[in-house]
Design a protein around this ligand. Structure first.
Ligand code: TYM
Length: 331
């Protein structure tokens, strides 16, 4: 039985990128693996959210998780900050991580470009805390999207380094995981290659979007003026629409629109209508469950209480062992 660990930052509602990148695999894997899924609230502090937004978003993400199919009877679902052992592991790991290697991480360089006035130390050590999340439970597999690949490579580096330094076979070397050979990157509706909540909320389809909102967003999606010759490569924006079709529509639908494109007879309006309906069908059961979970605070609290207990049990063992390995032992 493998151990599977994954997390999502509570920066808003979950979108299709989160679903296909991290959640879908997890939902399937929870049946037969030892699964931990958490809400990465410490990580989200790097962008300085308003306290009331953070509180609300933790609840929203929990609701989205449960509505999407995470089952607290099968997987351990918890809030990162409810398991303070992760902070100690973060600190202990940080002693063997070099500032230069953190400065070279793509996501750090990207943040420096985007938020030059808030290059905080939390951003720099982000990959260490993420490694601590994963190593805390000795994960074998980590379901994530393509954008997290480098963080997983670093996790393996840090784990291997720790094992080498102390001459132990303690940490496993976890892999970034998706069912296909490739990690997934779901594109946005605005022509960009990654669906993201922070860049442009209208580019993202949230699991909690109503059917009307989904239809509106999709009909406004960026496309182009259409192919003018057979075999013409697709523009990024149109490629994106096809990638979304591939995610939620049938193989026949995808083939139909590909043929229409190749024959230069495609009408993007028709494609978008079909995509919108397939998205609505796809999210409808999740959307219904979100509405009913919203008013069930007692249940949500119970899920997190039980999740915290189980996650801490696993975390305490790891931290105790790491302390012993590095020489922090009672006199
Ligand atoms: P975050 O919160 O940015 O995203 C959560 C998960 O969703 C995936 N994802 C996508 N996948 C495919 N296409 C997209 N457009 C897309 N957008 C987001 C991300 O790859 C991720 O899997 N650092 C992590 C959170 C984290 C974590 C961890 C994950 C903290 N500790 C330990 C795994 C294990 C993050 O910021 O993800």
């Amino acid at each position: 039985m493998d151990t599977v660990v994954s997390g999502i930052r509570p920066t808003g509602y979950l979108h299709l990128g989160n679903y296909f990148g991290a959640l879908k695999n997890f939902i399937t894997m929870q049946e037969e693996n030892n699964c931990f899924f958490f809400i990465a609230d410490y990580h989200s502090l790097t962008t300085h959210p308003k306290p009331e937004d953070l509180k609300e978003n933790i609840k929203n993400v929990l609701i989205d998780y449960l509505a999407a199919g995470l089952d607290p009877e099968k997987a351990v679902i918890y809030v990162q900050s409810d398991v303070p052992e992760v902070c100690e592991l973060n600190l202990l790991l940080s002693m063997n991580v070099y500032v230069g290697e953190l400065q070279r991480v793509a996501s750090f360089k990207e943040k420096v470009r985007r938020q030059p006035n808030n290059v905080n130390a939390g951003l720099l050590i982000y990959p260490i805390l993420m490694s601590a999340d994963i190593l805390l439970h000795h994960a074998d597999k980590v379901p994530v999207g393509k954008d997290q690949e480098q963080h997983l490579e670093l996790t393996r580096d840090f784990a291997q380094r720790f094992n080498n330094i102390y001459g132990v076979e303690f940490f496993k070397l976890p892999i970034a995981y998706n069912f296909g050979a490739e990690l997934v990157k779901i594109p946005g509706l605005d022509g960009t290659t990654k669906m993201s909540k922070s860049d442009n909320p209208n580019s993202a389809i949230f699991l909690s979007d109503s059917p009307e909102i989904i239809r509106k967003k999709v009909m406004r999606a960026v496309s182009d003026s259409g192919p003018t010759a057979s075999g013409m490569p697709k523009s990024q924006a149109v490629e994106n629409l096809f990638t979304l079709l591939q995610a939620v529509s049938s193989a026949e639908t995808l083939q139909y629109f590909n043929e229409q494109y190749d024959q230069c007879t495609i009408r993007y309006g028709d494609l978008k209508k079909q995509l919108a309906e397939d998205l609505v069908n796809f999210t409808a059961p999740i959307y219904d469950r979100i509405l009913s979970l919203k008013t069930n605070d007692d249940y949500l609290r119970k899920v997190l209480r039980e999740g915290q207990e189980k996650a801490r049990e696993s975390a305490k063992k790891t931290v105790k062992n790491v302390r012993e390995i590095v020489g922090i032992v009672p006199l």
